[in-house]
Design a protein around this ligand. Structure first.
Ligand SMILES: Cc1ncc(COP(=O)(O)O)c(C=O)c1O
Length: 358
């Protein structure tokens, strides 16, 4: 098959042929899945073979309205022409270069994110491959800040009860749920969880022994929960006074998910992590650091990743909205997804489970 034929062929057929699994239906494929894939996700509900916009099809040919969106990932739906064209044309041009080199697309996406985040001069971007890796970078940033400052006395890192930040060891230490954490202890030390949205608890906890405070601007795993008005701003004030970093995990809420680019807009953190919707289905994570001081905490050799920011992961025209057309781009999303009284109004089980952690 030539390259152009492959590009033109329907995805489901091509992938089934390549895998030697053509003609198999859900039940057979799930049997094969259980024989070959580690059971960390349990048995998947269906084998999905194709998607278009909000619709997906399973291996039995059944059609579904996709309300899960890849768990906050498929921001533009399935097989969006922009995503498929920029990813496939970039792959056909230059797919990977290692971190001994860079590419125009990597620089373009970093500049775009800094602009969208209204980041001041000196701000920087680190690209990773997932949300947990972006948070892992932020965890190391917090440690560097703690170790840098006054002889390393900032050993505490604060996270919120019910927080979800990922599954790797640092991100897991920040995550609240005991059943996720306990089998893997000991986790990196120094993390304390404080009640979410509780201004007094925040005031009591943030002092000069704290290296960083991690907050999801709206908690996802917790059941899509916001905070009382002014909570993020208070966190900003307290961390600034105490000299601690404020780190927003916008892995789930970022890139238009709440009707604006970032759910925390209006409160500038020291670092922000992104993933999920940023790649529209292509695996990518990012950490933005705000200002020169925070952006120079991690120096050459102190952090890295092979695939992060490769030429394909950050397609040059992605994300597709620009600051000038953002209002039309996200207005529908914003109308439908406005949190009220700390809780989002739409409580259908599919919306809920969509927002929960993977
Ligand atoms: C707020 C938040 N942070 C981090 C993560 C971890 O992201 P990933 O699954 O890409 O590692 C998730 C995943 O659901 C999340 O919701």
């Amino acid at each position: 098959m030539t390259q152009s034929q492959a590009a033109a062929a329907p995805t489901a057929e091509v992938s089934a042929q390549l895998a030697g699994l053509e003609g198999l239906h859900n039940q057979d494929l799930l049997g094969r899945y259980n024989q070959s894939l580690m059971g960390v996700f349990g048995t998947p509900q269906r084998v999905l073979v194709r998607g278009s916009g909000c619709t997906v099809w399973d291996a039995d040919g059944k059609e579904y309205l996709d309300l899960l969106g890849g768990i906050a990932v498929n921001a533009l739906g399935h097989a969006h022409p922009l995503v498929t064209s920029v990813v496939s044309s970039q792959l056909a041009t230059l797919g990977h270069v290692s971190n001994f080199f860079t590419s125009p697309t990597q620089i373009a996406l970093a500049e775009k994110l800094l602009g969208l985040a209204a980041a001041p001069a000196g701000s920087k971007v680190f690209f990773a491959n997932s949300g947990t890796e972006a948070n892992e970078a932020a965890f190391k940033l917090a440690r560097r800040h703690g170790n840098n400052d006054a002889g390393g006395k900032r050993v505490r890192i604060l996270a919120l009860e019910n927080a979800f930040h990922g599954r790797t060891m640092g991100a897991l230490a920040l995550t609240w749920k005991q059943s996720y954490r306990e089998p893997f202890e000991p986790l990196p030390a120094g993390v304390e969880h404080i009640p979410a949205g509780d201004a007094d608890a925040l005031r009591a906890a943030v002092d000069e022994t704290v290296a960083a405070v991690f907050i999801e601007p709206i908690q996802g795993e917790a059941g899509v929960r916001g905070y009382p008005e002014g909570y993020l701003r208070l966190a900003r004030e307290l961390t600034r006074e105490a000299g601690a970093l404020l780190i927003f995990d916008e892995v789930q809420t970022g890139i238009g998910r709440t009707g604006k680019w970032f759910a925390s807009e209006g409160v500038l953190p020291d670092a922000m992590t992104l993933a999920k919707g940023l790649g529209g289905g292509f695996p990518i994570g990012a950490m933005i650091t705000f200002g020169d001081e925070v952006s120079t905490l991690l120096t050459a050799g102190q952090h890295g990743t092979t695939f992060g920011g490769n030429p394909v992961a950050p397609p040059p025209r992605w994300p597709p909205c620009t600051p000038s057309n953002r209002s039309s781009c996200w207005s529908t999303c914003g109308r439908r997804a406005k949190p009220s009284a700390g809780r989002w109004p739409d409580s259908t089980s599919s919306r809920r489970s969509a927002a929960r952690a993977c």
